[in-house]
Structures are given as C-alpha cells and as structure tokens.
Design a protein around this ligand. Structure first.
Ligand code: SF4
Length: 231
C-alpha cells in the first residue's frame, strides 16, 4: 500500500451536517445559483475541453471563434487540423486540444451515427458517465460537467478549485487527486445540493479560498473549515 493511499484513509470525508453548513454559508454569501435550462451536450463537452487549464474568458473566446469559423461540428471535423488549432489558439495548448477535439468528434460520429450527443438526455447517468469517459481526453470532471450543466443531472464535478477547498476543509486528504475526491465526495453531497455547491465552491475558490494564500479572515465557512480553524 502506498503512503498516499494510507493518508487518504485517515480522512473520512464530510458529515452531512458539514456539507449542509458549508452549502448554507456559501448561499448566504453568494446566493443560490440559478439552474440553467437543458443545453446541447456536445457544445458543453467541447466548451469544457477548452476550459481546462485556462481562464473562463479565454476558453469562451476560443469556443466562440471555433463556432464562428466552423458553424457545424461536421465542418470542424472535416477542417484541416491546423485550421482548428488556429481557431482555438487563445485558449492555449491548441496543438493538443485541436487534434483531440477532432478525435472526439470522429468517435461521436462513429458511435452515434451523427454529430450529436442528444441521446445523453435519455441515458442513465452512470452509463452516460462511462460513455463520456471513453472519449479521447475526457475524464470524470469533464464528463460530470456535461451531465450537470447540459443534462441537468445531479452529479458533482470536482475540478482543481473544488479539490483544493475540499482538502482545506478537511473533506479530503492532502494529495488526493480531483478524480479520487470526486469519487468519494459525490455520494456524500445530497443530490439537490450538488449543482449549487459545485457552482458556489468554484466562485469561492476564485475569490476567497484561492490557490495561493486563502483569505480565511473573510471566509463565510471558516468555522466549518479545518484549515480556517487552525489559523
Ligand atoms: S477558512 Fe480559509 S481555507 Fe477554509 S475554506 Fe475558507 S478560505 Fe478556504
């Protein structure tokens, strides 16, 4: 057994009371995020792939430019890869993302018979997670984002912000990967809280519990946080 696995065993995860208290504190501070309407799962998937390791502004600009140059996903798939890379350049890592987006589109067309993921709306969440994660470059966070935002499922994606806060709160072990934290946390977060807690934790991670020095003195969930209580 590796030392990391053994360290994870010492963190039992949050209690239901702790999850509800953090959710309530964040809602008091930031409000309850409005639920979006059902969206296009394929658009959401490509947008989420573009959002990794870049800012929201850059990924939105790259997605808009991709759609402007290639009004249909079929056009994007058939375009020269260099043209796709040029379209998404502002998101960074374009030489990795461009071929990956075309590989994802090719797989979907092969599997679905057309360039759509609309069938996910009628697919059980566990099966949908499995299918999405079988696509090139799609991990549990990206798959869960598609289901949460486009299909309005009650899943709990864990990105780097949510993972960092979970560790600081004492909900997850130091060094645990976001994938591992997602696997352990989702069953502990009541389904109705998964959407608002995910959205509010990301905002909290950007503004207060930042990657550098967290602003614990102004944190609304400090009394429920292992790190905050130590300071
Ligand atoms: S108390 Fe500090 S470490 Fe804990 S969630 Fe708030 S900002 Fe993050």
């Amino acid at each position: 057994m590796t030392p990391r696995r053994s360290a994870e065993r010492t963190v039992r995860g949050p209690t239901p009371e702790s999850v509800r208290a953090v959710h309530a504190g964040l809602v008091r501070a930031r409000g309850r995020p409005p639920r979006q309407r059902r969206g296009d799962p394929l658009d959401c998937l490509i947008g989420t792939l573009l959002s990794q390791n870049t800012t929201g502004a850059n990924s939105r600009a790259a997605f808009a430019e991709l759609k402007r140059r290639f009004p249909t996903w079929q056009a994007c798939l058939q375009a020269p890869t260099e043209a796709v890379i040029a379209a998404i350049n502002c998101a960074g890592l374009a030489r990795t993302r461009g071929p990956r987006i075309q590989a994802v589109l090719a797989r979907i067309r092969h599997d679905q018979g057309e360039l759509t993921l609309d069938a996910l709306h009628e697919t059980d969440s566990a099966l949908a997670m499995t299918y999405l994660q079988s696509l090139p470059g799609v991990g549990p966070k990206t798959a869960a984002c598609v289901l949460l935002f486009a299909c309005r499922r009650q899943v709990f994606p864990v990105d780097t912000h949510v993972a960092r806060i979970a560790v600081r709160l004492g909900w997850a072990a130091e060094g645990a990967s976001p994938e591992r934290i997602q696997e352990r946390l989702e069953p502990l977060v009541p389904p109705a809280l998964r959407y608002p807690l995910h959205v509010n934790l990301i905002a909290h991670g950007r503004l207060v519990c930042r990657a550098g020095r967290p602003r614990c003195a102004e944190c609304v969930v400090r009394e429920h946080c292992a790190t905050g209580r130590r300071q």
